[in-house]
Design a protein around this ligand. Structure first.
Ligand code: ACO
Length: 427
């Protein structure tokens, strides 16, 4: 087959530069401009990387035009709620879903690795109670690098595997710990008799000694329907190719920094309201709107360029049609309406926001649809998860994506330190 190339012409002097066009297995072709500066003495300019493929990857594929998301080739709708989150973790890390025996072994290993070194618990003593769980979660993950500081040798796959499995197992414990610290309550240790997602709910709800929280005279025993709902939410958050936090993990990883430091940087990036922090803001916004009759007013505010108000949970850099994660969550929401006693006022306000926005030219022309964060909050609220834990829940789901992408980065011989250039306009 003839080589595919693209020619760029500098119209100032007619000079021509030819670049190879690369094809992946799915998605748009890519022009390889790595030698552009050497050839032309110019940089390319792409703030926010809207047209830049920063790496080659085999993990996750998104087709933003056709609302498609695949982990290792498998559609998200074929995974969420159909396989356990831990099986999906295995798929993302290893490339294939595990067989029954491997799945059980992996589950058991993750349960046993869920405990924290007591030194990590002491670090929490120094944080003020009332600190946002995202702040303490990021710091504690960074601190993990001091407990597991080892020089990884590329050929030693076992050491890599241990590094990955350890962080997946410990992240729910650290997240639960961050929450307990934020309300000034002692932590609950993990219970190895419980599956990953149930264990997380247990650590959130139980008092030391394992007794369940009692609200309004009712013990908050964990129901299977709750575990299944949260497990599906983790799966829907597990990876999303080169998003802002994953790019941060890769950038930090490209310097050779410790993987847990790279992940803690990813947590920092995820916290922002334009990224994973949006799920907390969606709930604030739905509460602020308060009633279906106020929705139109807030939609007008979101459209007003002189008003900083943005509709949280709407819009996405890649999806210019529906977000397939949001679609799956919406179906889950409908299914759980009765079982989980979802807040009907919140649901009505959310449905009205969606209805008005999706019939408005402003949103249609810009391809602004509800994203995953628009739907997760209502379900998480019904699971009695406090709002400050919405973004940490995103972290628990996304950690497997970050560590898989980090592994791919360090094992790729083409990896270079991330070092963009600039258009200097200063003095
Ligand atoms: N409300 C109102 N207008 C919006 C919104 C919104 N939520 N999102 C985008 N727009 C408008 C912009 O004002 C812009 O309009 P213009 O062309 O007239 O200037 C246009 O749509 C394009 O928006 P950009 O910000 O340029 O798009 P970008 O791809 O850079 O940003 C982002 C995507 C950050 C997600 C944006 O849509 C946003 O801020 N949404 C709200 C926050 C949110 O829900 N974030 C979660 C994203 S999903 C995730 O991280 C898991």
């Amino acid at each position: 087959m003839a080589k595919k190339t693209m020619t760029m012409i500098d119209n100032r002097n007619g000079k021509q530069f030819e670049y190879d066009i690369l094809s992946g297995t799915r998605g748009p072709d890519v022009v390889n401009i790595q030698s552009f500066y050497k050839d032309s003495g110019m940089f390319t300019y792409d703030p926010g990387y809207t047209s830049t493929a920063s790496c080659e990857s085999k993990i996750t594929f998104i087709d933003g035009e056709n609302s498609e998301l695949r982990y290792r080739g498998q559609l998200i709708s074929d995974l969420a709620g159909k396989y356990s989150f831990l099986d999906v973790c295995y798929l993302l890390m290893q490339g294939d879903l595990p067989d029954k025996k491997t799945s059980n072994e992996f589950d058991l290993e993750i349960r046993h690795r869920s405990f924290l070194h007591e030194g990590i618990l002491k670090i929490f003593d120094a944080f003020p109670s009332g600190a946002h769980p995202m702040a303490t979660l990021g710091s504690a993950v960074n601190a993990l690098s001091s407990f597991y500081y080892e020089h990884l040798i590329l050929e030693n796959e076992d050491a890599f595997s241990e590094m990955r499995r350890r962080i997946i197992a410990k992240i729910p414990t650290i997240a639960a710990m961050s929450y307990k610290n934020s309300i000034g309550v002692p932590m609950t240790y993990p219970d190895v008799d419980r599956y990953f997602t149930e264990n997380f709910l247990y650590m959130l709800r139980a008092y030391p000694g394992g007794k369940m929280r009692n609200i309004g005279g009712k013990n908050e025993e964990i129901r299977q329907v709750e575990v299944d709902a949260l497990d599906a939410i983790f799966t829907l958050h597990a990876d999303h190719e080169q998003n802002a936090s994953t790019t941060t993990v890769r950038n930090v990883g490209s310097t050779g920094a410790h993987p847990y430091v790279a992940i803690s940087s990813g947590i920092a990036a995820l916290w922002g309201p334009a990224h994973g922090g949006a799920n907390e803001k969606v709930m604030d916004q739905l509460a602020l709107i308060g009633d279906t009759k106020n929705v139109a007013k807030y939609i007008e505010k979101a459209k007003d360029k002189n008003d900083p108000f943005r509709l949280m949970g709407f819009g996405h850099r890649v999806y210019k049609s529906r977000d397939p994660r949001a679609e799956t969550l919406k179906k889950l929401q409908d299914k759980l309406k009765k079982d989980l006693n979802l807040d009907s006022n919140l649901l009505n306000v959310a449905a009205e926001v969606e209805r008005i926005a999706l019939s408005d030219d402003y949103f249609i022309q810009r391809g602004l649809y509800p994203n995953i964060d628009f739907y997760s909050g209502v379900i998480l609220t019904a699971l009695k998860i406090p709002e400050s834990m919405f973004t940490p829940i995103f972290v628990i789901g996304r950690t497997v994506g970050w560590i898989s992408q980090w592994t791919e980065l360090v094992q790729d011989p083409k990896t270079k330190i991330a070092r963009p250039r600039q258009l200097y306009t200063g003095k």
